[in-house]
Ligand binder design. Structure first.
Ligand code: ARG
Ligand code: ZN
Length: 849
């Protein structure tokens, strides 16, 4: 094998041939599937070599214009010199053999629980046959599947079927990454949707026998998504059939293959007694996300993988809007900001920082990141803010009409905004190429003549790519409040384009209170020095729900930071503010629950590191626990009543109101557990009639150190259920005390149901270990060593998931010299391992810097 190559955006060249319809025949057999392919290639002009990618394929025969040729696959491709090709259009045919049963990488065609399925994004199609496997090559597909399995599916419409075969035709030109095939003993949960122009669409959720009663929610969510995209974006579905398949072994959440979405079963299957509120909400959002890709991704796709955020950032933005519309925009915005800070800011401040549009990669699967997805979505939100709702709509309409059927770039995307709105987005475009989270400093001045001045100053951190940073175009939504709590005027969007700019507000009679960066209008770290009293005032009065929450969050973070670094106990003001919030019944329960949640340990480590301190994970853990206890004591009189009042009556429903109530109830239960050693959690465990309440009670029992019986009962009841058992594995590690988390994880790897080949199970244990901040960072390095050991084992089977899980080490630079040295040692050990994958190899090299 040669050294892994780095691919550069600057090296993009169009594919020099036009493809005719692709014909594929699959003769399915677990260890020896034959794939026959046939398509025409017409030179676009000029004479160029033909390059077809292929990996892990056994070539049986290849032919050009029907005549067998000797093709030599080398370094993952077949190259045929221009001189050896006919002058005009010609036909390419190949027959290859592949081994789906032996495919543990879960890319290309593989087997999961006796069913065949595919994952082709980003470059998995080349594991199926030799092909120009790149997103800018689009054509129609005709697929024949030969197998005795009862259900045989591919993209598009069914055109023929008989004993032992089925044929499908997809009339919409698509790149190979959207190809899909599924074959197995599956059951359909059927549904039906009529588009607004009257097209009747057959819907199916396909699952393994026994899972039919867990499909309702996915189907409901799918119909809601189809309706929403018609109403809000004017986008209709474009085939007569839409299939979704649930697969147990899957590297990511789900995949938007044209007309045949394939989902990780945890992102589809739900029933009140097997899935939590969070699962129901995740399913709703992912179903929507994959469905929305039909227009933003499939009808209009990406020219190359550097443009990934063209489809992902936009589609995340759309699914966030959808959830906001269904469940309440304020709470959704807060949750999205929390996720962004937890995952994307974390990535952006470490060695893995990269721009939303990276300029090079070794393995593209390593760039399906929070930066590309979540920061990519934030950039769309800023654009919308800058051009206004009407401008956004005009730009999107132009995008859909102008680029339908094309493979596009971010330049195409920005151009429709410029043309539709007349705005110059040259400076805004820097957001796509500059990595790192900008800092925004706010200072205030007040003069007695009634002028209030806000000075905004931006700065950009250095990032590993060494790119020179220029000022960004940042929309800063700002409001001013009177000391009596009224808004002085509607919010304004201040547009910061220079390094530093001042904005004057004139004609005021008293000094106002400024509420800056409302609705989290830009993905930046805000520093705005305000007194505790001002923050408490905003927490009580801000009309912008995001900033209302943010004021409380900042207060809590400061209270916790002072406790960690100076041992200062929380102020009476903070405790009073929390109690007032909890009592305020004009506030949605979900919102109150969010306000009561203390910043996490990882968040505190990032905060301390951001202000130049070295975080001590154990110290942070102890301080946070003690603050929780103090808070619990202060709120004690309210907790039992709240637990009662926030228990929804009647059968379980994942609707926004009940979900919000349960989140507040279970927050109160967690606080109560700090006081009663688990007594309330024991009764909650007994009373629980849904998985949300069961998991909440179980977590409390583990934290209180009295979960033995409950864990055994849980295992006895759900031992045969893969998805529920993932929760059992996960929660034991996540809630374990720091001293034992790594030991618990290690013991669980010896459990008969631990399965290295199932990414969900691996993530349950090791995702939980890295999320147990103090447990992972245990001072003796046990956490680091255990994770590295298992990453190595996983890498031999599934490089993609191993690479993804290795990001547990990305925060290395934050910690003390001893921990850094231990983390580096583990990364070095990985790096030196024989046969390390390109995926994990790239991640480890980047983290070692
Ligand atoms: N396009 C999919 C989604 O976001 C993600 C699939 C990526 N898979 C991968 N192996 N890179 O919905
Ligand atoms: Zn996506």
């Amino acid at each position: 094998m040669s050294e892994p190559q780095t691919i550069h955006l600057a090296d993009y060249r169009p594919f020099p041939f036009t493809l005719g319809e692709v014909q594929l025949t699959f003769r399915l057999a677990p260890a020896a599937t034959r794939v026959l392919s046939r398509f025409t290639l017409a030179p676009k002009g000029g004479r160029e070599d033909l390059v077809l990618f292929g990996a892990h394929l056994r070539l049986i025969r290849a032919a050009v214009n029907g005549a067998e040729i000797r093709a030599e696959p080398k370094d993952g491709q077949i190259r045929i010199a221009a001189a050896d090709l006919p002058e005009g259009p010609f036909t390419w045919e190949a027959e290859v053999e592949i081994d789906p049963a032996g495919n543990t990488a879960l890319e290309g065609l593989y087997m999961s629980n006796g069913m065949y399925c595919t994952q082709c994004e980003a470059e998995g199609f080349r594991r199926i046959t030799f092909y120009p496997d790149r997103p800018d090559v689009m054509t129609t597909f005709r697929v024949r599947i030969e197998s005795d399995l009862p259900v045989l599916l591919s993209n598009g419409n069914p055109v023929a079927e008989g004993p032992g075969f089925a044929e499908w035709h997809d009339p919409w030109p698509k790149p190979s990454y959207l190809f899909a095939l599924v074959a197995g003993d599956l059951r359909a949960h059927p549904g039906q949707f009529t588009t607004r122009s009257g097209r009747e669409v057959a819907l199916n959720i396909w699952v393994r026998p026994g899972d039919e009663d867990r499909c309702d929610w996915a189907l409901t969510s799918l119909k809601a998504s189809m309706r929403w995209d018609e109403e809000v974006y004017g986008r209709e579905y474009d085939l007569d059939i839409f299939n979704i398949v649930a697969v147990d072994d899957f590297n990511m959440g789900a995949m938007e293959n044209k007309g045949l979405n394939i989902f990780n079963s945890r992102a589809v299957l739900a029933r009140a007694d097997t899935a939590t509120d969070a699962d129901f909400m995740r399913i709703e959002a992912i179903i929507a996300h994959e469905y929305f890709h039909n227009w933003t991704g499939n009808r209009i796709t990406c020219r190359d993988w550097f443009q990934l955020c063209l489809k992902e950032g936009l589609t995340v933005f759309r699914d966030q809007q959808f959830t906001g519309d269904l469940r309440g925009a304020a709470v959704k915005r807060i949750e999205d900001a929390l996720t962004l800070r937890d995952r994307q800011f974390r990535e952006d401040t470490g060695p893995l920082a990269h721009p939303v549009r990276p300029s090079s990669f070794v393995e593209i699967n390593n760039f399906y990141t929070a930066t590309v997805y979540e920061k990519g979505a934030e950039l769309i939100g800023m654009l919308k803010r800058l051009v206004g709702d009407a401008g956004y709509k005009a730009a999107l309409d132009l995008y859909f009409t102008r680029h339908d059927g094309q493979a596009c770039t971010l330049e195409d995307w920005l151009k429709v905004f410029e043309e539709a709105t007349g705005r110059d987005l040259t400076q805004f475009a820097r957001w796509y190429s500059q990595a790192g989270t900008p800092r925004l400093e706010v200072s205030e001045a007040w003069d007695e003549a009634g002028v209030f001045t806000l000075t905004l100053r931006q700065s950009q951190p250095e990032t590993p790519d060494g790119v020179e940073k220029l000022p960004l175009h940042i929309p800063v939504v700002t409001g001013l409040l009177n000391p009596n709590g009224d808004e002085l005027a509607p919010s304004v969007t201040l547009e910061l384009t220079e390094t530093e700019q001042s904005f004057r507000f004139e004609g005021l009679s008293t000094r106002p209170i400024a509420s800056v960066l409302r609705d989290f209008s830009a993905p930046v770290i805000l520093s705005h020095r305000q007194s505790d009293a001002t923050r408490a005032f905003l927490l009580a009065h801000d009309s912008d729900p995001f900033n209302r929450w943010e004021a409380g969050r900042t207060l809590s973070r400061e209270v916790l930071a002072r406790l960690i670094s100076e041992g200062t106990p929380p102020s009476a003001d903070w405790l009073a503010a929390m109690a007032a919030l909890l009592r305020d019944e004009s506030l949605e329960p979900a919102f109150r629950a969010l306000c009561l949640r203390l910043p996490g340990e990882d968040d505190m480590a990032a905060t301390l590191a951001g202000s130049g301190l070295v975080p001590d994970p154990h110290h942070i853990h102890r301080a946070r626990r003690s603050l929780q206890t103090t808070l619990a004591r202060h709120l004690a009189p309210q907790l039992p009543g709240l637990i009662r009042a926030m228990t929804p009556q009647g059968p379980y429903s994942p609707d926004p109101t009940s979900t919000g109530q349960r989140s507040l109830k279970n927050m109160a239960l967690a606080l109560q557990t700090r006081l009663d050693g688990g007594a309330a959690a024991q009764s909650a465990w007994q009373a629980a009639d849904n998985m949300t309440d069961q998991m909440a009670a179980l977590a409390c029992l583990i934290e209180a150190g009295c979960a033995g019986t409950a864990l055994r009962a849980f295992e006895a009841r759900y031992g045969g259920d893969r998805l529920v058992m993932d929760k059992w594995f996960m929660t034991q590690v996540l809630c374990a005390p720091p001293e034992t988390a790594a030991d618990v994880a290690e013991a669980l790897t010896a459990h008969p149901k631990f399965d290295l080949k199932n990414p969900n199970r691996f993530r349950a244990v090791f995702g939980a270990l890295s999320a147990n901040h103090a447990g992972f960072h245990r001072a003796d390095g046990t956490g680091y060593r255990l994770l590295a050991d298992w990453l190595l084992r996983l890498d031999a089977l599934n490089p993609q998931t191993a690479a993804r899980m290795s990001t547990a080490f990305e925060t290395l630079p934050r910690y003390d010299a001893d921990r850094q040295a231990m983390m580096r040692e583990e990364l070095q050990r990985l790096k030196a391992a024989p046969r390390l994958s390109r995926d994990l190899g790239e991640m480890v090299s980047r983290m070692l810097g």
